[in-house]
Design a protein around this ligand. Structure first.
Ligand SMILES: [Zn+2]
Length: 178
């Protein structure tokens, strides 16, 4: 059960969002906090319905790795919608672009950054399929792009949603061995 507490008196509001046993602090305004809450809320319903207990536990433990979501217009590099850093091991940074992509992509970027935070591994490798992308791919399925791929594949198998299929192909191209 999600609950959200916001104070509208401040320009930047610290909102608390509880998701089952874990709680996020959202350093965002109330409107953005509400948008994030609805994204996570919807995905958590899907996650709770995952029959494969190991996979469900893996996803839930990743979501629990994020304790703070910090939104500022200029967070993260150009081309990124979300990012994380070794110096803030529980924080997901998001920017304006985050709110411009479909909700499935928002949530998988959440899982991607959570994987970085939980593993404290912030490295990627060179893209073999698209060398011009530089060092923003992974070799292993146990990786940030790997978890995005596994989650999207699971969702596609259960929903047959075309938008998820498109995103799945996009993420698949970030995995050198798939
Ligand atoms: Zn990454």
């Amino acid at each position: 059960m999600l609950s959200i507490l916001t104070s509208c008196a401040q320009v930047e509001t610290k909102s608390k969002v509880s998701i089952q046993s874990s709680e996020f602090s959202f350093l965002v305004d109330a409107e953005k906090a509400q948008a994030l809450k609805s994204i996570i809320d919807k995905e958590m319903i899907y996650i709770e319905g995952i029959a494969e207990e190991d996979f469900k536990a893996e996803i839930k433990s990743l979501v629990a790795a994020i304790l703070v979501v910090d939104y500022k217009k200029n967070n993260c590099s150009i081309g990124q919608i979300a990012c994380s850093t070794q110096s803030h091991i529980n924080t997901l940074f998001i920017n304006d672009y985050f709110f411009m992509v479909p909700s499935s992509e928002q949530f998988t970027s959440f899982l991607h950054e959570a994987w970085h935070l939980k593993s404290t591994n912030f490295e990627h490798t060179k893209c073999l399929k698209q060398p011009e992308w530089g060092y923003e791919c992974d070799d292993d399925i146990n990786s940030p792009y790997g978890i995005e791929y596994k989650y999207l594949l699971h969702k596609y198998m259960h929903t047959k949603d075309d938008n998820i299929a498109q995103l799945l192909l996009k993420i698949r191209s970030r995995l050198n061995n798939f």
